[in-house]
Write a protein that binds this ligand. Structure first.
Ligand SMILES: Nc1ncnc2c1ncn2[C@@H]1O[C@H](COP(=O)(O)OP(=O)(O)OP(=O)(O)O)[C@@H](O)[C@H]1O
Ligand SMILES: [Mg+2]
Length: 416
């Protein structure tokens, strides 16, 4: 199959609502008896990377691309072809593909035309591309600005999170792990009893006490696709429409985990009833685990917080008591064994003086002391004690600046 060399110029200058019509006509003319079908979003490039087809970029019409600074370490220019024409080899068949992108007012359009010997073959290919590339695999789907993006970075961070270095009061850790493992393993038991196989859990507590850490370790351990809602606010889309997208995608991937961090900021008076409707969809949400976190349970509507069957489990991540503070310092001691050490009496003194510290502050204490020991040296015991005094003073300033709870992480003005 051959396309006219000036197809892209003809169809894209200018662009307006007739652009797809002109493409369709131009491609159909060249395709003759072959079947031509247009698709809005098909990630054939990803499908090829995954080894399911082979594409060959054809020279005419000449492809148009843009290059962008990127890569995981921002060490390369990455080229993307926006307009192009390819031959595709798939399961012993040959198809052709035309891709183009353009703007129509504020809308950004991306379209893919597939050309093949029959409608059945074209659709079977398209369906397999959509299904295969929609799986998050080695990524976490992140919803932001009205669309889903695959985050490999968040996936890697999640894969590094472990329950081993999470210290929680009493049996909370085992309880959380057990609850979800049993839940995922007991689908048939739920169905036999006529219960909806789904679960919602809320992680509550002041900043820096392991909600996110635990959530990641849990997501890793459950090993099902996971989706993460960053924000449903967008300039050209309503929050309802975005929430609908969020839940629809989650339903496609069940069983899966849908994570809503800081749910108090996401759900507001305007979108609450819509959110609850989506959450309550009894049949539709089978296999859906919703995990939400908050520092501000008092800001959450009782309809979300207290009604059973929405968030049926609430786990409290409180400030560490002396026992957990000691366990956390011991964890660092094991981690640093052979490199840096300090005495048991220093640990004891620190445990006594860090009442009111979150785990994040304890971590800061360790990191700051380690950095000082690199730059200035000296006794590590003394450095720990110094940093403890500095941090306690900083915490006191924050609390006075923010009221008695001091739970919001805001920066207090400093002189520098
Ligand atoms: N219980 C804990 N055990 C071990 N490390 C912890 C614990 N809690 C927090 N940390 C460490 O402190 C840092 C901050 O923790 P995390 O992000 O999980 O807090 P959070 O409760 O989600 O806070 P926020 O409410 O501000 O989101 C992380 O590096 C984490 O590993
Ligand atoms: Mg967090």
């Amino acid at each position: 199959m051959e396309l006219p060399p000036d197809l892209f110029q003809l169809c894209l200058s200018p662009t307006d609502s007739s652009t797809p019509v002109r493409f369709q006509a131009g491609i159909a003319m060249a395709a003759g008896a072959l079947h031509v079908e247009a698709f809005t979003s098909l990630d054939v490039a990803e499908y090829e990377v995954l080894g399911h087809c082979r594409r060959e970029l054809l020279a005419t019409p000449r492809a148009v691309g843009v290059s962008e600074w990127g890569g995981p370490d921002h060490d390369r220019m990455e080229a993307t072809i926006e307009e192009g024409f390819w031959r595709i080899a798939w399961r012993g068949e040959t198809l052709h593909m035309v891709a183009a992108q353009w703007r129509d007012g504020f809308d950004r359009n991306a379209r893919t035309w597939l050309v093949g010997p029959s409608p059945e073959l074209v659709r079977a290919f398209a369906l397999d591309v959509a299904r295969t590339t929609n799986e998050p695999r080695d990524a976490i789907l992140v919803f932001h600005g009205s669309c889903w993006q695959r985050s490999h970075e968040l996936y890697r961070a999640t894969q590094q999170a472990s329950f081993d270095d999470l210290i929680l009061a009493r049996s909370l850790k085992e309880q959380i792990r057990g609850d979800f493992q049993r839940f995922l393993a007991s689908r048939s038991a739920y169905e036999e009893l006529g219960l909806a196989w789904r679960r919602g859990a809320l992680f509550l507590g002041p900043p820096g006490n392991g909600k996110t850490h635990c959530l990641r370790a849990l997501v890793r351990e459950l090993n099902v696709p996971s989706l993460y809602v960053q924000s449903v606010k967008a300039r050209y889309e309503t929050e309802e429409a975005n929430l609908k997208r969020v839940f629809e995608r989650a339903r496609q991937l069940r069983p899966c985990v849908l994570v809503v961090e800081d749910i108090d900021a996401l759900v507001n008076a305007g979108n609450r009833s819509f959110f609850l409707n989506q959450l309550d969809g009894f049949e539709k949400n089978v296999g859906l685990v919703v995990l939400a976190t908050t520092n501000h349970p008092e800001r959450i509507d009782p309809a979300i917080l207290d009604r059973p069957s929405r968030f049926d489990r609430k786990y409290h991540f409180d400030l560490p008591a002396a026992e957990e503070r000691a366990a956390y310092l011991a964890l660092w001691q094991r981690k640093l064994a052979g490199k840096v050490s300090w005495s048991a009496s220093t640990t004891e003194a620190l445990v006594g003086r860090t009442e009111g510290f979150s785990f994040a502050y304890l971590k800061e204490l360790m990191v700051a002391a380690l950095m000082k020991s690199i730059s200035a040296g000296g006794s590590f015991d003394a450095l720990l004690e110094q940093e403890c005094v500095t941090l306690a003073a900083e915490m006191a300033t924050r609390k006075t600046a923010m009221g008695p709870l001091g739970t919001v992480a805001v920066d207090v003005d400093s002189d520098d």
